[in-house]
Write a protein that binds this ligand. Structure first.
Ligand code: GDP
Length: 320
């Protein structure tokens, strides 16, 4: 039985990846940080089937010990401070988790399990103020937030450890990926949650920032399969993962409100509080390398994704 170690297992991607690997017969070990509350709602249905190990991306010794004790075949480094807006308020902490945390994980692997295969969660935010459209593996990076800058570091340190120490280490440059398990601070989930509350008479408006930003939004459940495929190749390499379709925040609102027969213009208000100091205006992936080399294709399109999220939020708020 192969063993997978996942940092960030309590997050959206960690929970989908754990399900995916359990289905394939893996032993799954999740790295969790000690805290006074237990944020396990996304993995509550899995806790009997996975192991949890305590370590912190800020603490090298704990990471090296977990990797040494677990002896994983595959390591998925999904943990990070992952919210762009917060990265302006906590830029140094974002760098500690999202940038240096990657080096610490790579060091842990190099010292304690150098034959393991390493997946780094790179991000389309690395493309930021895009140099070309669509964005592919060879597109130069131009990050636009402390988060994006930290992710660029994480990306290059992964490439550098691969080339310096002959490790099997890859970066998946994933475009935005969403689901009913997405955090409520991200725009997709903020919108679908508000749509559900408005439809049920529990809210009357939705305050948003820039409605013109465009993103390539896919389904997180599809994207964890791409992560796994990247670690099954003969040679380690980096891949862009996205749908190739881009939609604006306004189109997101139209789709989500439209799913419950409401007109978004009657409810959405713009609020300067949600605008960003620097914006990423347009992201759209060219996933052709992943299609041809990994045999990977997204299965859920934008409309179906939005509907899935609205339905889940309606069910959740109705049950309360
Ligand atoms: P990101 O691409 O990782 O920053 O994902 P987000 O879901 O946080 O943001 C996607 C886009 O939606 C960005 O261009 C934001 O500026 C835009 N946006 C507009 N209004 C909001 C809002 O109220 N909250 C968030 N999170 N994003 C918003």
């Amino acid at each position: 039985m192969a063993t997978a170690l996942i940092t960030g297992i309590t997050g959206q991607d960690g929970s989908y990846l754990a399900e995916h690997l359990l289905d394939k017969g893996y032993r799954v070990v999740g790295v969790v940080r000690r805290s006074s509350t237990t944020p396990y709602e996304r993995i509550a249905h899995l806790v009997d089937r996975i192991e949890l190990a305590s370590a912190d991306l800020l603490d090298q010794t704990s990471l090296t010990d977990v990797v040494g004790d677990t002896q994983p075949d595959e390591i998925y480094n999904l943990a990070a401070q992952s919210f762009v807006q917060t990265s302006w308020n906590q830029p140094v902490l974002t760098g500690e988790f999202t940038a240096l945390g990657v080096t610490r994980m790579l060091e842990a692997m190099r010292k304690a399990a150098p034959k393991a295969r390493f997946y780094q969660a790179s991000s389309s935010e690395q493309f930021g103020k895009v140099i070309e459209t669509p964005q592919r593996e060879s597109t130069p990076f131009y990050p636009r937030s402390p988060y994006g800058v930290a992710k660029v570091y994480g990306h290059w340190i992964t490439v550098n450890y691969r080339e310096s120490f002959n490790l099997y280490a890859v970066s998946g440059i994933l475009f935005n990926h969403e689901s009913p398990r997405r955090g409520l601070e991200f725009v997709t989930r903020k919108v679908t949650d508000a749509v559900a509350r408005i439809k049920l008479g529990k809210a009357s408006e939705l305050r948003l920032g820039n409605l013109e930003a465009r993103r390539d939004w896919g389904f997180a459940g599809d994207y964890v399969d791409a992560m796994w495929r990247m670690l099954q190749q003969d040679e380690p390499d980096d891949y862009v993962i996205g749908t190739g379709e881009t939609n604006s925040v306004e189109q997101l609102c139209a789709a989500a409100f439209g799913a419950v027969d409401l007109d978004w213009r009657e409810y959405v208000k713009q609020d300067p509080k949600f605008f960003r100091p620097a914006e990423v205006d347009l992201l759209v992936a060219d996933p052709s390398k992943a299609r041809s080399q990994l045999g990977w294709e997204p299965k859920v399109d934008f409309e179906s994704l939005v509907r899935m999220m609205v339905d889940a939020d309606l069910a959740r708020h109705t049950a309360r």
